[in-house]
Design a protein around this ligand. Structure first.
Ligand code: ABN
Ligand code: CU
Length: 696
């Protein structure tokens, strides 16, 4: 049994505890000696046995705890394994050839120290204008090489994106160097250096930075006109956690976390007036790709798969109270293996909190001033991960009305390259500061939606708002004003490869066609509303197009399969894209039926980033958001039972305010005090009757 002395058993969806990671590591060590651990993570229960257990936890067998393992053994041999935790037995062990497992921060950190000692790197630094005695001021962001046809997949390689940083506190990305060493992680040495045809010597332009000292020196310090904003919940929070299962405002779900996807939410249900209805079996960000658009060699290699190559879990921040999250916060930690097999804990990896969310609904009657106004709040499950230069704040926002809103904020620092004086960017980038060329790029995320809309058998429809086909003057459309929502069933995986169309306000409905809404007679559904959906700009058959098959379309739909979690494949570094791994493999000839099946919808969304000086030296956060909304799911507005702040009926207004419901908070107050300049007189709370101008 190893060291598993649990008093309470973990939920089958819980991430592996540190004891469980230790059990798995010991079992592997015992059988296979000195290996390096790249992954020790929960192997999630198979859906069939998990749903049986969720339906009858007292009767159905509890799914076993199993660790998913990836190790690199001496001789750079990669093994995929499974360890049964209860018995500490290896139940699968497979040598996988021709793949490179996810890269860890430990592997990357080593590169910087080592390349500084390489004579050819020193030579290039000196050529660029760095004194040999200043090599300790040379840094690199080591990326996995992605794929380079000259080197293939068999040797584990990193590309070092080089920078000079004269003082430790300078901005890391201000002084790029123009060459790119290639590091062989197996031999532990620099094996090549990519040197551009046009050289760009180091340009030591005046420093730009975001540190308090720089702001003090350059701008005379911080702005002084900000008064504190505090969020208070005097009676505590309105959510409850049992283990990692959260209950909040009719929602109930499990919060998982893994090295790769980061936050994973499972078994998401909504209590519809006593009827607990399943909505999603599992939701996660499953992949992303950041292709850069400069055609000069070797920038084609700059297309990071931040989840598949580095891991949103492995790169996650330890969040801090009052900074990353404000108010009354609950945190969850994350445990990972180190490569040597010890444990690394990220404290406060996930934060959970509520926020006020403006008006939930309101109406006031223009005739008589009767009013109802109800405020909304939202529940936020958040992580922030740092992918070298960029930060991604990933919020899963739950709304009271059944909406789920994935919301990602991009911040951090642009990935930069050098540019010579008077050099033309050719439009492939922007000189965001003298000497700093920020190349155009895209951030394309892949949201994995495993729906369970009133049951596992679901069908996806594409919905377009279009005018009637009938011409003006025809009997069907005499005045020409007719329009409707055209629904196209995506019956096969091939038909389901679809793209966003803003001209028809395109959305996708995830329906349970076996259950109709009694009023609308339409299938109960969850609608994907997502408008930030740029197409993949690298061309068909380009390296990125081949490697990031998931990014070819806004929506793909596949039939559920337990092991289809990662849309660019299980081992992403150094895939050539020939064949394309993940989604294109699963879709195959596109003939598989996804009509009334257990399906998975893969949604690619994001932004195309043409940098600008405002993004430098640190980017103000750019939000990207989308919605999963109940449509024809409920029989009426599901939040009418949320207590209003103020409600008066016409008869109550006529009776001088008698019986009016006034639960307006007494903490809100006039900005400038009553009677002072700018104050609005007669708003709700001053006469207790007219709530019209309340709380907006
Ligand atoms: N954005 C690519 C990346 C992530 C982490 C570390 C290095 C590079
Ligand atoms: Cu960007």
């Amino acid at each position: 049994m190893g060291s598993l002395a649990h008093t309470t058993l973990p939920h089958p969806f819980d991430p592996l505890s540190l004891e469980e990671i230790q059990t798995a590591v010991s079992a592997v060590r015992k059988a296979h000696g000195d290996v390096k651990f790249n992954v020790v993570s929960l192997h999630e229960p198979r859906k069939a046995e998990m749903t049986a257990w969720l339906e009858a936890p007292d009767r159905a067998p509890r799914p076993a705890r199993v660790a998913d393992i990836v190790v690199v053994a001496p001789g750079s041999k990669v093994y995929d394994g499974l360890v049964d935790i209860a018995s500490a037995k290896i139940i699968k062990w497979e040598h996988v050839e021709g793949v490179q497992p996810i890269i860890t921060m430990e592997e990357l950190q080593l590169v910087e120290h080592e390349i500084r000692k390489d004579p050819r790197v020193i030579e290039q630094c000196v050529l660029s204008g760095v004194a040999e005695s200043d090599m300790h001021k040379v840094y690199c962001d080591p990326w996995t090489i992605g794929y380079d046809e000259r080197h293939g997949s068999l040797v584990r390689l990193q590309q070092a994106l080089m920078y000079y940083r004269p003082n430790v506190d300078d901005c890391q990305y201000q002084y790029p160097l123009d060459f790119c060493p290639i590091w062989d992680a197996d031999q532990q040495k620099v094996v090549d250096i990519d040197i551009p045809k046009i050289r760009r010597p180091l340009r030591l332009e005046p420093q730009i930075n975001y540190t308090p000292a720089f702001v003090e020196e350059k701008y005379g310090g911080y702005r002084k006109d900000l008064k504190p904003i505090n969020i208070t919940q005097p009676e505590g929070v309105s959510f409850k956690l049992t283990g990692r299962e959260i209950e909040w405002q009719s929602w109930k779900f499990h919060i998982g976390f893994n090295y790769r996807e980061g936050i994973v939410m499972s078994n998401i249900t909504y209590n519809d007036k006593g009827n607990v209805r399943p909505i999603f079996y599992r939701l996660s960000l499953a992949e992303m790709v950041v292709p850069y658009g400069n055609p000069e060699h070797p920038h084609q290699r700059k297309h990071a798969f931040d989840l598949g190559e580095y891991g949103a879990g492995y790169m996650t921040n330890s969040l801090s109270l009052g900074c990353d999250c404000k108010g009354s916060i609950h945190y969850l930690d994350a445990h990972f293996p180190t490569r040597a097999g010890s444990i690394k804990t990220v404290k406060n990896a996930i934060c959970i909190h509520e926020e006020d969310d403006g008006i939930l609904f309101k109406h006031s009657d223009f005739r008589d001033d009767s009013t109802i106004v109800t405020r909304a709040r939202k529940l936020i499950i958040q992580q922030v991960f740092t992918a070298a230069n960029y930060e991604y704040a990933v919020q899963w926002v739950f709304h009271q009305d059944g909406t789920i809103q994935p919301d990602i904020r991009l911040t951090g620092i642009l990935q930069t390259y050098s540019i010579g004086k008077d050099e033309d960017t050719h439009g492939w980038g922007t000189e965001v500061y003298p000497g700093v060329n920020a190349h155009n790029h895209q951030h394309l995320f892949c949201l994995r939606i495993d729906p369970n809309v009133d049951g596992p058998k679901n069908t996806v429809f594409m919905v377009d708002a279009v005018p009637s086909d009938a011409p003006v003057g025809s009997p069907e459309n005499y005045y020409g004003n007719a329009f409707y929502a055209r629904r196209t069933k995506l019956a096969t995986t091939g038909q389901a490869m679809t793209d966003y169309d803003g001209s028809t306000s395109r959305t996708w409905d995830i329906c349970n066609t076996n259950k109709l809404n009694p009023y609308s007679k339409k299938p109960v559904s969850y609608k994907l509303v997502s408008r930030e959906t740029p197409g993949l700009l690298p061309k068909e058959n380009s390296l990125v197009w081949k490697r990031a098959g998931f990014a070819r379309h806004t929506v793909h739909v596949t039939k559920y399969s337990d092991d289809q979690i990662f849309p660019a494949g299980r081992h992403v570094p150094q895939t050539s894209g020939e064949p394309s791994r993940g989604l294109p493999e699963w879709i195959g000839d596109g003939t598989e039926s996804v009509d009334n099946e257990d399906v998975v919808l893969w949604h690619t969304f994001g932004v195309t980033h043409i940098p600008a000086p405002e993004d430098f030296p640190v980017m103000p956060a750019e939000p990207i958001t989308l919605l999963l909304r109940p449509r024809n799911f409920f029989t009426s507005n599901p939040v009418m039972d949320v207590p209003p702040s103020f409600a008066s009926t016409p008869s109550q207004v006529a009776a001088g305010g008698k019986g009016v419901l006034d639960a307006t908070d007494r903490v809100s107050k006039l900005a400038f005090g009553e009677g002072e300049a700018g104050a609005v007189q007669g708003v709700n709370g001053t006469d207790g009757v007219n709530g019209k101008s309340c709380c907006s």
